[in-house]
Ligand binder design. Sequence first.
Ligand code: FEO
Length: 384
Amino acid sequence: MTVTKDIIQVGVNDRTLDLFEGQYIVPEGMAYNSYLIKDEKIAVMDSVEGGFSAEWLKNIEAASDGREPDYLIVQHMEPDHSSSITAFMEKYPRAVIAASSKAFPMLKNFYSAEYPDRQLVISDGDTLELGRHILGFIAAPMVHWPEVMMTYDRTDKVFFSADAFGKFGASDADEDWACEARRYYFGIVGKYGAQVQALLKKAANLEIDAICPLHGPVLTENLPYYINLYDIWSSYGVESEGVVINYTSVYGNTEKAAKLLAQKLEAKGCPKIALNDLARCDMAEAVEDTFRYGKIVLATTTYNGDIFPFMRQFIGDLTERGIKNKKIALIENGSWGPMAIKKMTAMLEGMKNIEYAENQVTIKSALSPESEAAIEALADELMK
Ligand code: FEO
């Protein structure tokens, strides 16, 4: 695929992967993007996952008309992008790796590879001339690793954004961008909102015609839409009006409460309701929903003097990513000593700008007229 006359996508699609980064399901596979910039000198932007080295090297050969690449620009050292570097360096013994100073020790640690005479250390603001094309480097530490360096092609106005603006799914997957980009963002980058905000400020000064991420499709149209979503996500803002209800249930009674609340919200005109059974749904989907909406309901059972394990894991996923700027409503169930609200509140302590709903719901084993009335009052409060 051609991005511009001189920039060619030479990446690969992985349709065999079960779990990306060992935890995220990828029903539509995964793309490991790589780009070749053809000029007086040839630069290749990042490598691909090691199982696809041969396919990637073949793509490079086809795109470079038999010429040898001069540079491998390593923007990110996570193995989905770095584990074919050694195959490249072996095939092209005159090529030089351009990367940040933090990338080279990672190369040594991951692959016992150093190439002392073939290193070009680049820093924020440096440029590299390939001929007509001038590449400017933009340090993006902790988006989402410390060594990350992004690249702006001043000639073609193309922004190579490393993992930013990436998504789950092969590059030819026929699916909504935002859904899988949001799940990817909050799963993998979500903790680093401040760093993404810093990057967006730097990128605001660039005139960009195309964004070339390391995963998912090349973005060429309606770029303000994607940039605006990244701004909302990284500032922990509200993307969609509505309520997300995350619950666990042992015998179905807490589930009944969650569904009753959903029905009441719907009857009162709530624009969107996301309902997640944390024991059965994709937890990463529930995480992205929770960051998407401003109003969150957590409903769980008191269990072994604590809360049900799936909810404990879920709240851990939220606090690990620094959840903030939310209104949270709590529903607990407990047959003899309900304490889930107390436990959930303790787990969320320290999170910034969290407002708790005044109406809390306690269920003793199963719904009763009292707890149903409390759910009604909670629904009213959430609709205010
Ligand atoms: Fe796509 Fe952070 O690796």
